[in-house]
Design a protein around this ligand. Sequence first.
Ligand code: FAD
Length: 447
Amino acid sequence: MSRSYDVLIIGAGAAGLAAAAEVARAGRTALVLEARDRIGGRVWSLEEPGLPVPIELGAEFIHGRPPATFSLLRKAGISAIDAPFVRWSVQGGKLRLRGDGFLAEVQKLLRQQLAALKRKDISVEAFLARHRHALSAPARALARMRVQGYEAADPARASACAIAEDWCGEGAADAGHYRPRGGYGALLASLLGGIGAELRLRTVVRVVRWKPGSVEVEGTSRGKPFLAKAARAIITLPLGVLKLLPGAPGAVRFTPPLDEKQPALDGLACGTVIKAALRFRAAFWEELDGGRYRDATFFQSPRAAFPTFWTALPARVPLLIAWAGGPKAARMSGATKPELVRRAVTSLESIFGERARIEDQLEAAWVHDWQRDPFARGAYSYVAVGGQGAREALAAPLQDTLFFAGEATDLEGEATTVAGALQSGTRAARELLRIAARRGGRDSGRA
Ligand SMILES: Cc1cc2nc3c(=O)[nH]c(=O)nc-3n(C[C@H](O)[C@H](O)[C@H](O)COP(=O)(O)OP(=O)(O)OC[C@H]3O[C@@H](n4cnc5c(N)ncnc54)[C@H](O)[C@@H]3O)c2cc1C
């Protein structure tokens, strides 16, 4: 195939689909190229018979009330389910109900130090060491665990300045957590209905040849070589794929290479996550210790391989999600599925003890190692030490021809999330449409 389009969009995740919708709205032709046999990318919802909720192996929560996600929910007629936050954590060998008091202690210090960090950035680990007398030990532990678990980052690499801005900025107040009813997959599928662009699944892009006003993309589509051309392209490849060295398996070769993007790629790092879903015969934790964990949503065991688990509440389902992020996930990456499930079960035993007979209760397990996923190469982005401005630099178009979207390029405070991916896709498409309108028919890629 070598038909020509106004726009090629590489990737059919949240960013690619949002970009396609915007391009189609403007009456331009677009071809969306997606390596997997499904849309969604790092949104991956599985429907399992007998389970009233989807299993989300990728994105699951809506953090706060980001307009990009809520406006899509409204258009799709899908509601957001409030996800309560009741956390129990193993402390001194006992499971205790825990609040967020220590987070306030960390935020206060980060706020005080923000100006200094803007002048000279250091890693989170170095920051915690430098301020060890100003923070209590539990506050330091919480900060480290949150950077690893929530940000999926390595505290030895993560920028303390970026964390300070993120945790203490405008959107930092806890505006709640939600799940899209029916899962993120259904939400993105609703977007697909409206795009009117051509979508090719199982189409792996390997080479992008480009010059001002012309892009030619080469790869394999359903196992056969393909070529597609357009005046411009929107690149929504995940950061982990963009960071691959030329020649590495899965790397996309740009000709000429994207040398201008190298500092931005160096300033950002790819977080690591292994997420598992464990389905049990019954929600055994609801019955333990006189039913005191019946309304628990999170269980934490800071020393375990999978330190965080959560329930599907408000849905009462015998399902627990196991989460390992940052260096813990990086260390486990590459282990076999049975081994990862075994470690998740052992981690759960460190919370409930052997009395829960967890292994006997386990009916099925799903697990995904996002670092090993050839079309993701990581979970989501974070800013490395000294990486201020990297997201802006990655997002900047090249020669009015290549446009960049994807969670790592969001500039409106939602990077790392589905909301960030959605709004980055819309932003990149609008940038492209503005240029295309200005240049009229003076481009070579268009047939
Ligand atoms: C385990 C996990 C949990 C998460 N939890 C949450 C959460 O609770 N809430 C939240 O908001 N966010 C969460 N996120 C982040 C969220 O999933 C991402 O930010 C978002 O989905 C990224 O969308 P994207 O379009 O930028 O990238 P992607 O979804 O990765 O889309 C890029 C697409 O490009 C495709 N591609 C890659 N290489 C090629 C190639 N060579 N040729 C063609 N196509 C290619 C990929 O297959 C993919 O479909 C989570 C992510 C992970 C991994």
